[in-house]
Structures are given as C-alpha cells and as structure tokens.
Design a protein around this ligand. Structure first.
Ligand code: 5GP
Length: 174
C-alpha cells in the first residue's frame, strides 16, 4: 500500500504562484505576452499562473510533448501537439511544471528559438538542481526542491494523481 505525503500544500503553492504572476505582470506590462503551456504536466500550474497575471494582453497556446523513454529523460522529445499559431516577433513565456535534468526544456527552447520569437523566457514551478544534466535559464521559478519524485498539481505518476490540489510524494505505508 502506498500513501501520499504532502510535500507542498495548496496554500504554499497558491502564495508562490501569486507572487510569480505579479513578477510576470510587472515585466510584461507593456508587451503582448504569449504563454506557451507544456502539456500535460503544466496545465494546472499554468491555469493558476495566468489568472495571477493581471493583464488582458495575453494569449495562451499549448505544446504537447512526450519523452521518448519512460521515466529517465533522454532529452529527445516528441511533439504530439504543436502550437496553433506562429510566434515570430512575439514575447513568449514557456511554462513548465518541473525542470529535472533540464534536457526537455533545453530541447524546447532550441525548437522555439528557430521560430524567431522577439523574446523567449522560462517559467517553471519546480527545479531539481541535484539532477541537472544541462544548465537551463529559469527566469521565473516557483520552488527549488530536493531529489524526490513529486506528484499532484498537474504532475503524474503513470497518468495518475494529476488532480491532487497539492504536491505530494508517494511513500510505502508501514
Ligand atoms: P527533464 O527533461 O528536465 O529531466 O524532465 C522534465 C519532465 O520530466 C517534466 O516535465 C516531467 O514530466 C518529468 N518529471 C521530472 N521530475 C518529475 C517528478 O518529480 N515528478 C513527476 N511527476 N514528473 C517529473
């Protein structure tokens, strides 16, 4: 039997997301922002984040990605759902749930750069520096976490637990 232990509560997350939203609002106040949400893991975080950015000059788009090999990131990413519109000359903010090895975000940044946005920044809810394989710039970061596999708030384990309102870790019950 496995038990879910709270790692970051819904309240802790909400407070941090609100602060990130205010920071993003300040930086993009006079710009038109395109928020690119990386599916599936980021959709819950992004839904809260965009509502914390107090501007009407914002559009969202989605990038559906799948890692080629199961649990260990290989950095080879398959695009299963591409952006619906071009991002050339746009100010783009890429929203990720978690930067682990950094390989996925690094691949996505390279891909999006080829489409010539005016600017391209990264907002990640979580960062696990202990597992970094490549340095990636994270312009807006929610939390730095230790090397634990977290679930909930959009993040899954075998497609389960995305709907937990908090971030948790799985522990074997005694
Ligand atoms: P990276 O390429 O940075 O190693 O991998 C990033 C992706 O791996 C994330 O977008 C996420 O899908 C998955 N991932 C990495 N660490 C975790 C974790 O602790 N929990 C969950 N649920 N997914 C993770």
């Amino acid at each position: 039997m496995e038990q879910i232990v709270t790692y970051l509560s819904a309240e802790q997350i909400a407070e941090r997301v609100k602060a990130l939203g205010a920071e993003i609002h300040r930086d993009y106040e006079d710009k038109r922002l395109v928020v690119v949400i990386v599916l599936k893991g980021s959709f819950v975080f992004a839904a809260d984040l965009i509502r914390a950015v107090d501007t009407h000059n914002l559009r969202v788009d989605f990038l559906g990605v799948r890692s080629y090999d199961g649990t260990e990131s290989s950095g080879v990413v398959q695009i299963v759902n591409d952006l619906s519109r071009p991002i050339e000359h746009e100010d783009v903010l890429l929203v990720e749930d978690i930067v682990d090895t950094g390989l996925t975000i690094s691949y996505l940044l390279d891909l999006l750069q080829t489409r010539k946005p005016r600017s391209l920044k990264v907002c990640a809810l979580l960062h696990k520096p202990a597992r970094a394989k490549i340095a990636v710039p994270i312009d807006y970061l929610g939390f730095t976490i230790e090397d634990r596999f977290v679930i909930g708030y959009g993040l899954d384990f075998a497609e389960k637990y995305r709907n937990l309102p908090f971030l948790g870790v799985l522990q074997r019950a005694q």
